[in-house]
Design a protein around this ligand. Structure first.
Ligand SMILES: C[S@@+](CC[C@H](N)C(=O)[O-])C[C@H]1O[C@@H](n2cnc3c(N)ncnc32)[C@H](O)[C@@H]1O
Length: 257
Protein backbone atom coordinates (compact mmCIF):
# COMPACT_ATOMS: atom_id res chain seq x y z
CA UNK A 1 0.00 0.00 0.00
CA UNK A 2 1.40 3.42 -0.92
CA UNK A 3 2.06 6.15 1.64
CA UNK A 4 -1.10 7.97 0.47
CA UNK A 5 -3.27 4.81 0.43
CA UNK A 6 -2.22 4.08 4.00
CA UNK A 7 -3.07 7.66 4.95
CA UNK A 8 -6.52 7.27 3.36
CA UNK A 9 -7.13 4.12 5.41
CA UNK A 10 -5.99 5.81 8.65
CA UNK A 11 -8.11 8.92 8.06
CA UNK A 12 -11.14 6.77 7.34
CA UNK A 13 -10.64 4.88 10.59
CA UNK A 14 -10.18 8.09 12.58
CA UNK A 15 -12.90 10.28 11.04
CA UNK A 16 -15.17 8.20 8.75
CA UNK A 17 -14.11 10.52 5.89
CA UNK A 18 -13.23 8.50 2.78
CA UNK A 19 -10.59 10.42 0.83
CA UNK A 20 -10.61 7.63 -1.79
CA UNK A 21 -13.83 9.14 -3.14
CA UNK A 22 -12.17 12.49 -3.84
CA UNK A 23 -10.14 12.98 -7.05
CA UNK A 24 -6.71 11.70 -6.10
CA UNK A 25 -4.25 13.99 -7.89
CA UNK A 26 -5.94 17.15 -6.64
CA UNK A 27 -6.41 16.02 -3.03
CA UNK A 28 -2.90 14.57 -2.81
CA UNK A 29 -1.42 17.84 -4.07
CA UNK A 30 -3.38 19.91 -1.54
CA UNK A 31 -2.41 17.71 1.38
CA UNK A 32 1.23 17.25 0.35
CA UNK A 33 1.74 21.01 0.21
CA UNK A 34 0.26 21.26 3.72
CA UNK A 35 2.42 18.59 5.32
CA UNK A 36 5.57 19.86 3.60
CA UNK A 37 4.81 23.36 4.88
CA UNK A 38 4.55 21.91 8.38
CA UNK A 39 7.91 20.12 8.00
CA UNK A 40 6.80 16.50 7.54
CA UNK A 41 8.34 14.16 5.00
CA UNK A 42 5.52 11.70 4.36
CA UNK A 43 1.81 11.14 4.81
CA UNK A 44 2.68 8.59 7.47
CA UNK A 45 4.61 11.15 9.55
CA UNK A 46 1.83 13.68 9.00
CA UNK A 47 -0.87 11.30 10.21
CA UNK A 48 1.13 10.34 13.29
CA UNK A 49 1.48 14.00 14.26
CA UNK A 50 -2.22 14.63 13.59
CA UNK A 51 -3.11 11.93 16.11
CA UNK A 52 -1.78 14.00 19.00
CA UNK A 53 -1.95 17.52 17.60
CA UNK A 54 -5.54 18.75 17.33
CA UNK A 55 -4.55 22.02 15.69
CA UNK A 56 -2.84 20.06 12.91
CA UNK A 57 -5.85 17.78 12.57
CA UNK A 58 -8.10 20.82 12.15
CA UNK A 59 -5.71 22.27 9.63
CA UNK A 60 -5.95 19.02 7.68
CA UNK A 61 -9.77 19.17 7.75
CA UNK A 62 -9.65 22.78 6.69
CA UNK A 63 -7.38 21.95 3.75
CA UNK A 64 -9.39 18.99 2.49
CA UNK A 65 -12.75 20.79 2.61
CA UNK A 66 -12.60 23.71 0.25
CA UNK A 67 -14.96 26.25 1.75
CA UNK A 68 -14.93 29.01 -0.87
CA UNK A 69 -18.43 30.36 -1.35
CA UNK A 70 -20.34 33.58 -2.00
CA UNK A 71 -23.90 34.86 -2.00
CA UNK A 72 -25.76 34.50 -5.33
CA UNK A 73 -22.82 32.53 -6.77
CA UNK A 74 -23.29 32.59 -10.60
CA UNK A 75 -26.06 35.16 -10.24
CA UNK A 76 -27.73 34.36 -13.57
CA UNK A 77 -28.49 30.82 -12.31
CA UNK A 78 -30.22 32.25 -9.23
CA UNK A 79 -32.27 34.36 -11.58
CA UNK A 80 -33.39 31.19 -13.39
CA UNK A 81 -34.25 29.70 -10.01
CA UNK A 82 -36.35 32.73 -9.13
CA UNK A 83 -38.03 33.36 -12.47
CA UNK A 84 -38.57 29.86 -13.78
CA UNK A 85 -37.98 27.09 -11.26
CA UNK A 86 -39.56 28.37 -8.03
CA UNK A 87 -42.84 29.63 -9.55
CA UNK A 88 -43.40 26.15 -10.98
CA UNK A 89 -42.50 24.36 -7.74
CA UNK A 90 -44.72 26.70 -5.74
CA UNK A 91 -47.68 26.07 -8.01
CA UNK A 92 -47.84 22.56 -6.61
CA UNK A 93 -46.87 23.16 -3.06
CA UNK A 94 -46.50 26.31 -0.91
CA UNK A 95 -44.43 24.57 1.78
CA UNK A 96 -41.28 23.60 -0.04
CA UNK A 97 -38.85 21.10 1.43
CA UNK A 98 -35.43 22.50 0.54
CA UNK A 99 -31.88 21.20 1.17
CA UNK A 100 -28.60 23.04 0.62
CA UNK A 101 -26.11 20.15 0.57
CA UNK A 102 -22.45 21.12 1.18
CA UNK A 103 -23.51 24.59 2.30
CA UNK A 104 -20.05 25.69 3.48
CA UNK A 105 -20.18 28.94 5.47
CA UNK A 106 -23.87 29.65 4.80
CA UNK A 107 -23.90 31.96 1.78
CA UNK A 108 -25.87 29.43 -0.30
CA UNK A 109 -28.71 28.57 2.13
CA UNK A 110 -29.06 32.25 3.09
CA UNK A 111 -29.29 33.15 -0.61
CA UNK A 112 -32.00 30.52 -0.96
CA UNK A 113 -34.00 32.10 1.85
CA UNK A 114 -33.60 35.58 0.34
CA UNK A 115 -34.86 34.34 -3.03
CA UNK A 116 -37.72 32.39 -1.45
CA UNK A 117 -38.69 35.48 0.54
CA UNK A 118 -39.82 37.05 -2.73
CA UNK A 119 -42.63 34.48 -2.78
CA UNK A 120 -43.33 33.59 0.84
CA UNK A 121 -43.25 35.18 4.30
CA UNK A 122 -40.03 34.26 6.13
CA UNK A 123 -42.02 32.41 8.77
CA UNK A 124 -43.08 29.90 6.11
CA UNK A 125 -39.59 29.23 4.78
CA UNK A 126 -37.34 26.50 6.05
CA UNK A 127 -34.10 25.30 4.52
CA UNK A 128 -31.94 22.43 5.72
CA UNK A 129 -28.25 23.24 5.25
CA UNK A 130 -25.57 20.60 5.72
CA UNK A 131 -21.82 20.29 5.40
CA UNK A 132 -19.15 17.82 6.47
CA UNK A 133 -17.10 20.63 8.02
CA UNK A 134 -18.15 21.70 11.51
CA UNK A 135 -15.99 24.81 11.38
CA UNK A 136 -17.79 26.00 8.27
CA UNK A 137 -21.14 25.35 9.95
CA UNK A 138 -20.11 27.33 13.02
CA UNK A 139 -19.16 30.25 10.81
CA UNK A 140 -22.45 29.93 8.92
CA UNK A 141 -24.34 30.16 12.20
CA UNK A 142 -22.52 33.37 13.11
CA UNK A 143 -23.57 34.84 9.76
CA UNK A 144 -21.00 37.61 9.44
CA UNK A 145 -19.34 38.12 6.04
CA UNK A 146 -16.66 40.17 4.32
CA UNK A 147 -17.78 42.50 1.55
CA UNK A 148 -16.26 40.30 -1.16
CA UNK A 149 -18.78 37.52 -0.55
CA UNK A 150 -21.64 39.99 -1.08
CA UNK A 151 -20.59 41.23 -4.50
CA UNK A 152 -23.49 39.59 -6.33
CA UNK A 153 -26.18 40.45 -3.76
CA UNK A 154 -28.83 42.71 -5.35
CA UNK A 155 -28.83 46.15 -3.74
CA UNK A 156 -32.42 45.85 -2.43
CA UNK A 157 -31.55 42.55 -0.70
CA UNK A 158 -28.39 44.01 0.78
CA UNK A 159 -30.39 46.89 2.25
CA UNK A 160 -33.14 44.65 3.50
CA UNK A 161 -31.21 41.76 4.97
CA UNK A 162 -27.71 42.91 6.00
CA UNK A 163 -26.37 45.26 8.63
CA UNK A 164 -22.91 46.72 8.14
CA UNK A 165 -20.65 46.30 11.15
CA UNK A 166 -17.27 47.91 10.47
CA UNK A 167 -15.73 46.02 7.56
CA UNK A 168 -18.27 43.20 7.79
CA UNK A 169 -21.90 42.50 6.97
CA UNK A 170 -24.22 40.69 9.35
CA UNK A 171 -27.14 38.71 7.96
CA UNK A 172 -30.63 39.41 9.31
CA UNK A 173 -31.76 37.25 12.26
CA UNK A 174 -35.01 36.28 10.54
CA UNK A 175 -33.12 34.94 7.54
CA UNK A 176 -30.97 32.91 9.94
CA UNK A 177 -34.01 31.51 11.70
CA UNK A 178 -35.23 30.00 8.43
CA UNK A 179 -32.12 27.79 8.14
CA UNK A 180 -31.32 24.66 10.14
CA UNK A 181 -27.65 23.68 9.98
CA UNK A 182 -26.46 20.11 10.48
CA UNK A 183 -23.27 18.17 10.00
CA UNK A 184 -23.68 15.64 7.18
CA UNK A 185 -21.27 13.65 5.02
CA UNK A 186 -22.65 13.26 1.50
CA UNK A 187 -20.48 10.22 0.92
CA UNK A 188 -21.50 8.31 4.03
CA UNK A 189 -24.67 9.58 5.72
CA UNK A 190 -28.26 8.72 4.75
CA UNK A 191 -30.42 11.22 2.83
CA UNK A 192 -33.90 12.29 3.82
CA UNK A 193 -36.65 12.06 1.15
CA UNK A 194 -39.45 14.07 -0.41
CA UNK A 195 -37.43 17.20 -1.19
CA UNK A 196 -38.87 19.73 -3.62
CA UNK A 197 -35.47 21.31 -4.21
CA UNK A 198 -31.91 20.13 -3.54
CA UNK A 199 -29.10 22.60 -4.11
CA UNK A 200 -25.71 20.89 -4.31
CA UNK A 201 -23.13 23.13 -5.92
CA UNK A 202 -19.37 23.16 -6.25
CA UNK A 203 -18.61 20.03 -4.30
CA UNK A 204 -19.27 17.25 -6.82
CA UNK A 205 -16.27 18.49 -8.82
CA UNK A 206 -13.98 17.22 -6.07
CA UNK A 207 -15.37 13.67 -6.16
CA UNK A 208 -14.42 10.72 -8.39
CA UNK A 209 -16.72 9.78 -11.30
CA UNK A 210 -17.93 6.71 -9.39
CA UNK A 211 -18.79 8.72 -6.29
CA UNK A 212 -20.63 11.30 -8.42
CA UNK A 213 -22.73 8.64 -10.10
CA UNK A 214 -23.77 7.16 -6.76
CA UNK A 215 -24.72 10.65 -5.58
CA UNK A 216 -26.86 11.46 -8.64
CA UNK A 217 -28.89 8.31 -7.92
CA UNK A 218 -29.17 9.22 -4.24
CA UNK A 219 -30.27 12.79 -5.00
CA UNK A 220 -32.87 11.42 -7.40
CA UNK A 221 -34.24 9.14 -4.70
CA UNK A 222 -34.27 11.98 -2.19
CA UNK A 223 -36.46 14.20 -4.41
CA UNK A 224 -40.19 13.91 -4.83
CA UNK A 225 -41.46 13.38 -8.38
CA UNK A 226 -41.01 16.68 -10.24
CA UNK A 227 -38.49 17.92 -7.64
CA UNK A 228 -35.40 19.82 -8.78
CA UNK A 229 -31.64 19.29 -8.35
CA UNK A 230 -29.63 22.52 -8.78
CA UNK A 231 -25.90 21.92 -9.41
CA UNK A 232 -22.85 24.18 -9.80
CA UNK A 233 -21.92 25.96 -13.00
CA UNK A 234 -19.13 23.51 -13.89
CA UNK A 235 -21.11 20.45 -12.90
CA UNK A 236 -23.40 19.68 -15.81
CA UNK A 237 -24.74 16.10 -15.67
CA UNK A 238 -23.92 14.45 -19.00
CA UNK A 239 -26.53 11.72 -19.11
CA UNK A 240 -29.28 12.93 -16.78
CA UNK A 241 -31.90 10.42 -17.94
CA UNK A 242 -29.74 7.52 -16.74
CA UNK A 243 -30.24 8.84 -13.20
CA UNK A 244 -33.96 9.53 -13.65
CA UNK A 245 -33.64 13.26 -14.46
CA UNK A 246 -34.84 15.54 -17.25
CA UNK A 247 -32.99 18.79 -17.94
CA UNK A 248 -35.22 21.65 -16.82
CA UNK A 249 -32.65 24.37 -17.62
CA UNK A 250 -28.84 24.49 -17.66
CA UNK A 251 -27.69 23.15 -14.27
CA UNK A 252 -31.25 22.35 -13.15
CA UNK A 253 -32.52 18.76 -13.31
CA UNK A 254 -36.06 17.60 -12.68
CA UNK A 255 -36.90 14.18 -11.30
CA UNK A 256 -38.93 12.47 -14.01
CA UNK A 257 -42.56 11.84 -13.18
C1 LIG B 1 -16.48 24.95 -2.52
S1 LIG B 1 -17.59 24.70 -1.17
C2 LIG B 1 -19.15 24.97 -1.96
C3 LIG B 1 -20.09 25.80 -1.11
C4 LIG B 1 -21.42 26.18 -1.77
N1 LIG B 1 -22.21 25.01 -2.08
C5 LIG B 1 -21.20 27.01 -3.02
O1 LIG B 1 -21.43 26.53 -4.12
O2 LIG B 1 -20.75 28.15 -2.89
C6 LIG B 1 -17.50 22.94 -0.94
C7 LIG B 1 -18.05 22.46 0.39
O3 LIG B 1 -18.21 21.05 0.33
C8 LIG B 1 -17.98 20.52 1.61
N2 LIG B 1 -17.73 19.08 1.50
C9 LIG B 1 -16.61 18.46 1.04
N3 LIG B 1 -16.77 17.11 1.10
C10 LIG B 1 -18.02 16.89 1.61
C11 LIG B 1 -18.77 15.72 1.91
N4 LIG B 1 -18.25 14.51 1.71
N5 LIG B 1 -20.01 15.86 2.44
C12 LIG B 1 -20.54 17.10 2.65
N6 LIG B 1 -19.89 18.24 2.38
C13 LIG B 1 -18.64 18.14 1.86
C14 LIG B 1 -16.80 21.32 2.11
O4 LIG B 1 -16.70 21.27 3.52
C15 LIG B 1 -17.13 22.72 1.57
O5 LIG B 1 -17.79 23.49 2.53
Amino acid sequence: MSDYQQFIANVKKKTGIDLAQYKEAQMKRRLTSLYEKRGFKSFQEFFKAMETNDALFHEFLDRMTINVSEFYRNANRWEVLEKKILPKLLERNRRLKVWSAACSTGEEPYTLVMVLSKFLPLSQISVLATDIDENAISRAKIGVYAERSLQEVPEEMKKKFFTKEGMYYKIDENIKKAVTFKKHNLLADPFDTNYDLIVCRNVLIYFTEEAKQVLYHKFNKALRLGGILFVGSTEQIFNPSSYGFDTEDTFFYRKME
